[in-house]
Design a protein around this ligand. Structure first.
Ligand code: TUI
Length: 313
C-alpha cells in the first residue's frame, strides 16, 4: 500500500510507531524504520543530550527515514527542539501542545514537521504554519489524550486541511487501519501495538500486563490538573483517581505522579508504576518483531479494503 505519506517521506508502509516516552528509544525506532514504517524516538521528559544519543543510535542501525517526537510539556522541550534541528532529523512529530514557535527553525532544516492535533481548529492552524502532514489522535490512545474520539476527529481534520492525515488512537490492526482510510486518513500511527514488539525493551511485567489486558482495562486520570492521561487500570491509577477526587492538593497530585512512568517501564512496579496504554491493549496478544507488525497490519488493511469493495457487488 503506497499512499501520499509514504511517497512524501520515502517509507514503504504508511505506518508510524508512536513516540512513547521512556519506551520509544533508538533501537525500537530503528527496527520500525528498517521494517519499512516510520520509527520515532520519543523525547518525553528526557534531556536533550539523551535525545541526541538516540538519534545517532538510529543512524548507526538504519539509513531509512525516522522521526523524533517532542513532548511539548517537557521542561527540556526548547533544547530538544534545537537538537532535532541541529541533527536535521527527517521527521519531527509533536505532542501535548502547540509547536508554533519551533516551526520556522525546523523547516529551515528541511525537516518534515508532523504535529499531533486533537481538534480541527488546531489542524487549520498547523496547516497555515507549514506542517507537512498531521496526526489526528483520538482519545482512545494511551498517554496524554484529547476529548474527541478517532471516529469523529479524523474526518473533521481531513475536512479542515489539504495535508495528508495520519490517524491515531484505537488502531492496532489492519481493520482499524482500513477504517481510518475510510475516514480519509492515508496512514496510521500505533503505540500500544508496538509495546509487544520484540525490540521494545519495557519491563517484562509491563508486557505481561498488555498481553493479558481485558477490554475495559484502561482509564483516564489527571483531568483535574488539565493533563488527562490514559493508562492501565492498576493500583496506581485507582489511587490517583481517589486522590484526584478526594481533596488532595495540586502539589500532592503532582508529587503522586512524578516518576510513575519510569517505575512502570523500567521496574515493572505494579503498585506505583503508571502503565500508559491505549484502549486497544486487549487486542494486543502476541510478541513479534516490529517489522512483522508493520507489514502484517498493512497487508490486513489491504485485504479489508479489497473485501469492502467486494461487499459492494
Ligand atoms: O502527547 C501525546 N501523548 C503523550 S504525552 C505523554 S507524557 C505526559 N506527561 C505529563 C503530562 C502529560 C503527558 C504521554 N503521552 N499524544 C499526542 C497528543 N497531543 N494527544 C493530544 C494532544 C494534543 C492536545 C492538545 C495536542 C495539542 C493540543 O492542543 C494544544 C493547544 O495549545 O491547542
Amino acid at each position: 500500500m503506497r499512499s501520499e505519506i509514504s511517497r512524501q517521506l520515502g517509507i514503504r508502509y504508511p505506518v508510524f510507531q508512536g513516540g512513547m516516552a521512556w519506551i520509544a528509544d533508538g533501537d525500537l525506532a530503528a527496527a520500525v524504520s528498517e521494517g519499512g514504517g516510520l520509527g520515532i524516538v520519543a523525547a518525553g521528559n528526557a534531556p536533550a543530550e539523551y535525545v541526541r544519543e538516540q538519534i545517532r543510535r538510529v543512524r548507526t542501525l538504519t539509513d531509512k527515514p525516522f522521526g523524533v517526537n517532542i513532548m511539548l510539556l517537557s521542561p527540556f522541550a526548547d533544547e530538544v527542539a534545537e537538537v532535532a534541528a541541529e541533527e536535521a532529523v527527517p521527521v519531527v512529530t509533536t505532542g501535548a501542545g502547540n509547536p508554533a514557535k519551533y516551526m520556522e527553525r525546523w523547516k529551515s532544516r528541511n525537516i518534515h514537521v508532523i504535529p499531533v492535533v486533537a481538534s480541527a481548529s488546531m489542524a487549520k492552524m498547523m496547516t497555515r504554519l507549514g506542517a507537512s502532514a498531521l496526526i489526528a489522535e483520538g482519545g482512545e490512545s494511551g498517554g496524554h489524550v484529547g476529548e474527541l474520539t478517532t471516529m469523529v476527529l479524523v474526518p473533521q481534520v481531513c475536512d479542515a486541511t489539504d495535508l495528508p492525515v495520519i490517524a491515531a488512537g484505537g488502531i492496532a490492526d489492519g481493520r482499524g487501519f482500513a477504517a481510518a482510510v475510510m475516514l480519509g486518513a492515508c496512514g496510521v500511527q500505533m503505540g500500544t501495538r508496538f509495546l509487544s514488539a520484540c525490540e521494545c525493551t519495557i519491563h517484562p511485567a509491563y508486557r505481561e500486563k498488555i498481553l493479558n489486558a481485558g477490554e475495559r482495562c484502561t482509564m483516564v486520570t489527571g483531568k483535574r490538573l488539565g493533563h488527562p492521561v490514559r493508562s492501565l487500570r492498576t493500583a496506581f491509577a485507582r489511587n490517583y483517581e481517589k486522590a484526584e477526587y478526594g481533596g488532595a492538593s495540586d502539589e500532592e497530585l503532582e508529587a503522586f505522579g512524578t516518576g510513575a512512568l519510569r517505575l512502570a517501564v523500567q521496574e515493572g512496579d505494579l503498585k506505583q508504576g503508571c502503565f500508559l496504554a491505549g484502549q486497544v491493549a486487549a487486542m494486543v496478544t502476541k510478541v513479534q518483531p516490529a517489522a512483522e507488525i508493520v507489514r502484517e497490519v498493512t497487508e490486513e488493511a489491504e485485504a479489508c479494503l479489497k473485501g469492502a469493495a467486494a461487499w459492494l457487488n
